[in-house]
Write a protein that binds this ligand. Structure first.
Ligand code: PEP
Length: 251
């Protein structure tokens, strides 16, 4: 299975910087075409920049998919400020990230609500990247497997399958801290996630499980060697084309 190199640009940048970033990624992929033998590329810009980034990708034929960072649980109508999954699909998104820990924290999103959003996004034909991961104190208390199992059981909609769903394991204490999980911890959690998914999905063996949390070019090689690590969800390092592509080169 190719590794999915997914960049989460979060709430960063301007139209100009988004164009610079996607154009630098396109040029880098043009210069290193063999990267697409081992990796699939995805960027998730802020909602307001999705269209210009999509247009830039189409203009250069760069082998990069785009995705949203969130979507509404509703299909359309009176939901001021929300972006629907149909809208994301309509402008050419292939993916949407759901249940990122920042949304769980900033917007008090529960796993049940994430499951509703995911079900709606799948109806729109999007693939969902469902994020799970424990807080630092939950790990210190030895509860990381229980926390992640509960998030998985409650966040996945019944329509999920390996073809339309990706799981991102992102220990919250590793996000944006420069302190990635150890390869032993990642190995244990990714294998546990795959086993837990088997309760619900007949094709759990084929589902992609990404690791996220301070992935950089210099730790990506070791992380990608870990069994059941099928790619990375990258925050900070995805805002610099050389680092984002450096992570792919580590495959
Ligand atoms: C993220 O926000 O999903 C993330 C993994 O961030 P970072 O790579 O900066 O830790």
């Amino acid at each position: 299975m190719k590794k999915l190199i997914a960049g989460n640009w979060k709430m960063n940048g301007t139209q100009a910087s988004a164009m610079d970033l996607i154009s630098a990624i396109g040029i880098g992929l043009d210069e290193n075409p063999s990267l697409t033998d081992t990796c699939d590329f995805l960027v998730c810009p802020p909602a307001l920049h999705l269209t210009i980034v999509k247009d830039a990708i189409e203009g250069t034929n760069a082998p990069v998919s785009i995705g949203g960072q969130d979507c509404s649980a509703n299909d359309n109508g009176a939901h001021t400020g929300d972006v629907s999954s149909d809208m994301l699909a309509d402008i050419g998104c292939e993916y949407v990230i759901l249940g990122h820990s920042e949304r769980r924290a900033d917007h008090e999103e529960t796993s049940a609500y994430i499951s509703e959003k995911a079900g709606r996004a799948l109806i729109s034909g999007l693939k969902v990247i469902i994020c799970v991961g424990e807080q630092e104190e939950e790990r210190e208390e030895g509860r990381e497997f229980d926390v992640v199992a509960k998030q998985l059981r409650e966040s996945l909609p019944n329509s999920a399958s390996a073809a339309n769903t990706v799981i991102a394991y992102e220990p919250v204490w590793a996000i944006g801290t420069g302190k990635a999980a150890t390869t032993d911890d990642v190995a244990a959690m990714h294998s546990f996630i795959r086993k837990t998914l088997q309760e619900k999905l007949a094709d759990a063996g084929d589902i992609r499980i990404l690791y996220g949390g301070s992935v950089k070019p210099d730790n990506a090689g070791d992380l990608f060697k870990v069994e059941n690590v099928d790619g990375a969800l990258i925050g900070g390092a995805s805002l610099k084309a050389d680092q984002y592509l450096g992570i792919a080169k580590a495959v």
